[in-house]
Design a protein around this ligand. Structure first.
Ligand SMILES: [Zn+2]
Ligand SMILES: [Zn+2]
Length: 225
């Protein structure tokens, strides 16, 4: 299969011909249909990021190059291992990429996204910038047959980020929710808040065009700050 790999930071991705993986056990091979390009893909490609305390190299945090980036993956099941149940060839699926080591106490509690030895797809192991992607366990797949596949690609990344924030914000049933910024995350937040609660949604941004989009997506009030 063809795959785009980061060989080293800040160099063009290399399109390589590599063996198509064969799923065993609980693994699932998916034919990739859509992959989001997330800002964190750019950090990975740049080899690190600076959050204010200096440049943190991704290789110091466990990333090994070459790696196939892309963690916002949607695809169609192409083959399954022997122990896979409930997922079959031809199913359209959304991939949950925040995989942990699977054996530490945090993972055993089910909080694989908080694992200290993360194995996230497209970061610490090969991801979706390829014709096929091998998913380590069918439990990381959500059935999305019938949905717009391209539109669904970022749901397990920016979708979950916004969902977590909105869930916290509505825990005490507020009358109003203020969403600052009508970019990708903010607009996701507007739609999720609209679906989950009756609070009035106020959206603030510096661009009228983005605020108009927020209104179309369900914001009750918009403010150009
Ligand atoms: Zn992402
Ligand atoms: Zn773990």
């Amino acid at each position: 299969m063809k795959a785009a790999q980061i060989i080293e930071p800040n160099k063009p991705l290399k399109i390589s011909e590599i063996d198509t993986p064969s799923p065993t056990g609980k693994q699932v091979l998916i034919k990739v249909k859509a992959v989001g390009v997330c800002h964190s893909d750019l950090h990975l490609w740049e080899g690190g990021y600076d959050t204010g305390d200096g440049f943190m190299k991704v290789t110091d945090r466990g990333v090994k190059f070459p790696v196939i980036p892309g963690h916002e993956i949607v695809g169609t099941v192409s083959a399954t291992g022997d122990s896979v149940v409930g997922i079959k060839e031809g199913d359209d699926v959304l991939v949950y990429p925040w995989i942990g080591c699977g054996t530490c106490p945090t993972c055993e509690k089910g909080d694989t996204n908080l694992c200290e030895a993360p194995q996230s797809l497209g970061v610490f192991q090969d991801g979706g910038y390829a014709e096929y992607s091998l998913i380590p366990d069918y439990k990381f797949l959500a059935q999305i047959s019938g949905m717009d596949l391209e539109g669904a690609a970022s749901l397990a990344c920016s979708g979950l980020t916004a969902y977590t924030a909105v869930k916290k914000a509505i825990s005490n049933s507020p009358e109003n929710i203020l969403i600052v910024g009508a970019g990708g995350l903010g607009l996701m937040g507007v739609q999720i808040a609209k679906a989950l609660c009756d609070a009035k949604i106020i959206c603030a941004d510096l661009t009228d065009e983005k605020l108009q989009k927020a209104k179309e997506m369900g914001a009750d009030h918009i403010i150009n700050t």
